[in-house]
Design a protein around this ligand. Sequence first.
Ligand SMILES: [Cu+2]
Length: 199
Amino acid sequence: MRHPSLLARKRYGPTRWWVALLGSFLMVLGLASTAAYGRDDDRATAAADQVLTWTAGDPIDHYLSAPRTAVAGPATIVFENSAATGNTTGMPHTLTFGVSDVEFNNDVPLNILANPSDSEGGKHSVEVTLTPGRYFYHCTIPGHGSMQGILTVTEDSGGEDTTAPETSATVDGDKNAGGAYIGQATVTVAATDAGSGVD
Ligand SMILES: [Cu+2]
């Protein structure tokens, strides 16, 4: 976890000088904050690790579980129709993505047939690349027409950090009766960002 904080401590002479310098410090701080936005490599990698799992069992009118949403990019699709997911009858099912309806994404020709006694024990994994939009999936076994649903895929934001860092600037020194600093004053600026840290 990156947890840097920008901490600057400087001493300046005449009051009017450090006021100008404080301004330039805050400008630099602002630029650094902007640089801290943008893609976070750790989270971009995490998106490639997404695993989407469908399960099926004895019912012929619905999957036992199915994801509703996913993030665009690489994904591992797991379809399990096994004794472990409650299949006691040996009923086969498919997880099939539609590729012919213009209303939906047609770029992933997924078609997995699984049953508890197949070579994989009913649990299959396939690597795919999803694009933003909606995928229609269904089971193609005759009589299983109600086994269907929609997977909605959203744009990968890349873990973009849209929250600005928290910044502060404090002045420390002796003041006169009018509140103006006398002689030297110390300016401390700091910035923290709980999300991506501060560069
Ligand atoms: Cu089925």
